[in-house]
Design a protein around this ligand. Structure first.
Ligand SMILES: [Zn+2]
Length: 375
């Protein structure tokens, strides 16, 4: 592992049952067992992606763990031979399911698809992720809305800590019976309160997990506050284990989190924004529907080697977007993910070369130059 002498940035290798992943790493989101618009062949041949994220809540409700187990596990089901991280389902239960009841045992909720009642417990969500065959599993946590009072955040945190301990007890029993199990990560919660975050990190450390996640941020709080919470948390987590910051971020934010000691990140932004017409380039954002691209022969990003940039003009992509063509979503997603992976590659290279502080400063200077009107 290489560490930056001036910041908390690290470059390392993450070993999983489905291959080695270079860190820091950005994970595209395959919510329903698919990165929208791209096939696994695209992800491997065009992007050389090593690790993606899939959502336990969605796959549990549909098609269900029984079907996935019968079809050979999630890797085989979705035709993806490389590593998969699954979340615990907690975040979606709290964001998608209108009706829910939280107890010490777990969370009772109604499916957003058909209203059926389901119970997620720390033990059941470990079992579901083991059935999927995930390379990295997440422990069930409670995701609080922002803002939350200190008292509410403390109560919720105590529940999350109890769930994490229960998840680990169960996981340690189950991995005795199975081969090649993935690693289980607990999640640091505590809303925007530094004291709660620090206590949570210290208590979760006792679990001696293979990695740790920081959750419950990027839920509407100011960005400076999310970074402050990472700053309060990351130094308390074991130095030799990966740290995963959940649900971030914009391209210019990625180096900021890495500077705070984060090794793994995921976000729907590159794929969702691509579909909505917002493309990330080395020169900033490009809104493809704008009239100025009507007959623009240039590629999305002249410095990008992706298939979309090598073969198609902004004018053509704008036409596909306006016409609602499926090909647009596919090309735009490919490009945006290529851009994110390129940012991560540059971050890693700069850490290994001992030049990360200069890279970070250059990113900050560029972010300031970008016009807010382009957002
Ligand atoms: Zn491109």
């Amino acid at each position: 592992m290489a560490e930056c002498a001036q910041t908390g940035a690290r470059a390392g290798l993450l070993h999983t049952p489905h291959g080695v992943v270079e860190t820091p790493v950005f994970m595209p989101v395959g919510t329903q067992g698919s990165v929208k618009g791209l096939s696994p062949r695209d992800l491997i041949e065009q992007l050389d992606l090593r690790l993606l994220l899939a959502n336990t809540y969605h796959l549990y409700l549909r098609p269900g763990p029984e079907v996935i187990e019968r079809l050979g596990g999630l890797h085989q089901f979705m035709g993806w031979p490389r590593a998969i991280l699954t979340d615990s389902g907690g975040y979606q239960v709290f964001s998608l399911s209108g009706l829910r009841k939280v107890t010490q045992e777990g969370v009772l909720f109604r499916s957003h698809l058909n209203g059926d009642a389901h119970l997620f417990t720390p033990e059941s969500t470990v079992d579901v992720q083991l059935v999927f065959g995930s390379d990295i599993l997440m422990a069930l946590d409670e995701c609080l809305e922002y803002p939350a009072s200190h008292e509410a955040a403390r109560e919720s945190l105590d529940r999350t800590l109890g769930w994490a301990r229960a998840a680990f007890r169960h996981y340690r029993q189950r991995i005795q019976e199975r081969e090649n199990c993935g690693a289980l990560f607990p999640i640091v919660q505590g809303s925007v309160y530094g004291d709660l975050r620090r206590r949570c990190a210290a208590e979760l450390r006792e679990l001696d997990a293979d990695g740790y996640a920081i959750g419950g941020l990027s839920v509407g709080e100011p960005r400076a506050l999310s970074l402050e919470m990472v700053e309060a948390t990351a130094p308390l987590l074991p130095r030799d284990r990966p740290r995963y910051m959940m649900g971030v971020g914009l391209p210019e934010e990625l180096p900021e989190y890495v500077a705070h000691g984060v090794d793994m990140m995921d976000c729907v932004l590159p794929s969702r924004n691509a579909r909505n017409g917002c493309l990330f380039t080395s020169q900033g954002r490009l809104i493809i529907k704008q009239a100025r691209y009507k007959d623009d022969p240039r590629p999305i990003d002249e410095s990008c080697p992706c298939y979309a940039c090598r073969n198609f003009s902004r004018a053509y992509l704008r036409h596909l977007f306006q016409a609602g063509e499926i090909l647009y979503a596919s090309l735009a997603t490919l490009h945006n993910l290529r851009r994110y992976l390129e940012v991560m590659r540059q971050i890693r290279q700069s850490i290994l070369a001992g030049e990360f502080p200069a890279y970070l400063n250059a990113t900050r200077a560029r972010a300031l130059e970008e016009l807010p009107a382009e957002l």
